[in-house]
Design a protein around this ligand. Sequence first.
Ligand SMILES: O=C(O)CCC(=O)CC(=O)O
Length: 260
Amino acid sequence: MQTLSVSGVSLHIRDEGPRDGRVLMLANSLGTDLRVWDALIPLLPEGLRVVRFDKRGHGLSDAPEAPYAMETLVGDAEAICGALGLSDVTFVGLSIGGLIGQGLAVKRPDLIRALVLMDTAAKIGSAEMWQTRIDGIRANGVASLADAILERWFTPGFRESDPQFAAWKNMLERTPLEGYVGCCAAIAGADLTESTRALTLPVLAVAGAEDGSTPPELVRGTAELCGAEFALIEGAGHIPCVEQPAATARLITDFLERTA
Ligand SMILES: O=C(O)CCC(=O)CC(=O)O
């Protein structure tokens, strides 16, 4: 297990593959930890150096008191790149992870070669919507909203019959309250529309066809902002790397080839 201290906060990271391989950095979504990439990684081309991490407040990373700012989350990802000596990174960001990726590409264009925006947007939801969610979680805990969240994350078929569904529910419900609320605040405060419009690096945007959190039309809108390619993943909700790892891996693999 590897950890890294950033401004006194311990971040859990996993750094796998050859040190001299092309770097793929994976950033996951709200209420998830780095295990959401487990099924995807073995399906990616060999020889990649794959770096993933639990953002603050999630997984095995520390959960400092909320709120967090998007700039802080971007700074954490930047610090991980610095500590591991990463450059020429292809950054794959899922939902809030995609906001982190957009922010990092703007702040440190020298670090990022290409960007995959997965089920994300330049702006996700409204400040009011996030405040309602924060109030609900503060009053009744993460588990009180879990069923509604899981309906947005996964298709009905997956929820009804996948043997791992119960484990993903546990992962969500066990997210530290401060971490979940802290990241809600970061998303609420992030409108990256203008900076993402100015991006010039290669971008692939992908969306689960049944995503109820960041619906395909929202993702497509962000793709259009920055001239990105757009692809739909059938049979997936908000987390296609869990629900459709093979289709997700194919899209990423083709993009890696196009941006080699
Ligand atoms: O998943 C994220 O990082 C934020 C988007 C969201 O609202 C997810 C959910 O439906 O809970």
